[in-house]
Design a protein around this ligand. Structure first.
Ligand code: GDP
Length: 364
């Protein structure tokens, strides 16, 4: 599955957001720095209205959404790369995630202490990016020193690693994150394996005040500008409201959203933004037993998409019977789609499309 790490300075609302996401009280929210010490891991179902519609048509007994993992990563403060605050433990946690959800304090509240005594999300973002860049530089220096012996032995893999590390190092020494390095297609895999912190895509989460979650505020507008300039994404959310919503029954939650003038819960937007940031897509398997959503990277071929369900599906892949989502709905289900000639037989090179309803045929 795919993992997003929630990072941010102390007291910006990480735990509050994490609580809302996972609807548990396991991550403590409290008004002082370093409250969440252990990384907290939570899985959430990815909301997708299409899945409910498919299930209604097929009269599926069970609805199983695809899942995304969130990790609440505490300990990022100025000086963290030098072992201040909670030290370097958080770095290992960040290395493992696919993307970073960077929570920025955009709410004014005199009762909640800001570590630097003022609300300035762009400066906060810079503080954290700087720590991540310093951490990357340090790990690159160590790794390159470790490669010296292998390089003398003319090791091809070591040469590739060193070349990529050197490119990242030059970028970082220039004060820029490693994600700005242009990487050739044939280097892409080795580049990802380096797990540099500043190559992870970033979703800025603007945590705004309760009344500001529709339009945002002056702080979130500045973050939006910064995110666009960096090629990163942003969402506007009120963590506190989301936490309140997460405790309501679905019907009450909808009434609450209507009252606030919100089309949907901010968390749904957040999860979807994470999905987009990672270039993820969803396909469905639909039957009377269950309707289920599965996550793939966009551009995934049918056998690898089948492999998400089970490795055997990929190994023994024969073909896939495929109905586009819109056709499935328009034809009132599988048999209607079949009659209308909208069920296609697709082979190994078929690139699965977002919303496809798939049925895989395979050898065992
Ligand atoms: P963390 O240290 O980043 O995990 O921050 P927490 O989630 O523990 O929040 C720190 C404090 O800020 C808590 O007292 C929260 O209740 C408060 N807080 C979080 N989000 C909001 C918000 O959107 N508005 C206001 N006014 N307070 C918030």
């Amino acid at each position: 599955g795919f993992k997003m790490g929630i990072v941010g300075l102390p007291n910006v609302g990480k735990s509050t957001l994490f609580n809302a996401l996972t609807k548990t009280a396991s991550a403590q929210a409290a008004n002082f720095p370093f409250c969440t010490i252990e990384p907290n891991v939570g899985e959430v179902g990815v909301p997708d209205a299409r899945l409910d519609k498919l299930a209604a048509i097929a009269q599926s007994k069970q609805i199983i959404p695809t899942r995304m993992t969130f990790v609440d990563i505490a300990g990022l403060v100025k000086g963290a790369s030098k072992g201040e605050g909670l030290g370097n433990q958080f770095l290992a946690n960040i290395r493992e995630v696919d993307a970073i959800a960077h929570v920025l304090r955009c709410f004014e509240d005199g009762d909640v202490t800001h570590v630097d005594g003022r609300v300035d999300p762009v400066a906060d973002a810079d503080t954290i990016e700087t720590e991540l860049m310093l951490a990357d530089l340090e790990s690159i220096e160590k790794r390159r020193a470790n490669l010296v012996r292998k390089l003398k032995g003319n090791d091809k893999e070591a040469q590739q690693q060193d070349r990529l590390l050197a490119a990242a190092q030059a970028m970082l020494e220039d004060g820029k994150p490693a994600r700005l390095v242009e990487v050739d297609a044939e280097d892409q895999k080795a580049w990802t394996m380096l797990q540099l912190l500043t190559t992870k895509p970033v979703l800025y989460v603007c945590n705004v005040g309760e009344s500001e979650s529709v339009e945002g505020n002056a702080h979130s507008a500045k973050v939006a500008e910064m995110a666009a300039a960096q090629g990163n994404a942003h969402v506007i959310i009120s963590a506190q409201i989301e936490e309140e919503i997460s405790q309501l029954e679905p019907e009450e939650a909808q009434m609450f959203l209507d009252e606030m003038g919100l089309a949907e819960a901010g968390l749904d937007r957040l999860i979807r933004a994470g999905y987009e940031l990672l270039h993820l897509e969803t396909y469905f398997t639909v039957g009377p037993k269950e309707a289920r959503a599965w996550t793939i990277r966009s551009g995934t071929a049918a056998p690898q998409a089948a492999g998400v369900i089970h490795g055997d599906f990929e190994k023994g892949f024969i073909r896939a019977e495929t109905i586009a989502y819109d056709d499935y709905i328009a034809c009132g289900g599988e048999s209607g789609a079949k009659e209308a000639g909208k069920m296609r037989a697709e082979g190994k090179s078929y690139i699965v499309k977002d919303g496809d309803v798939m049925h895989f045929l395979f050898n065992t």
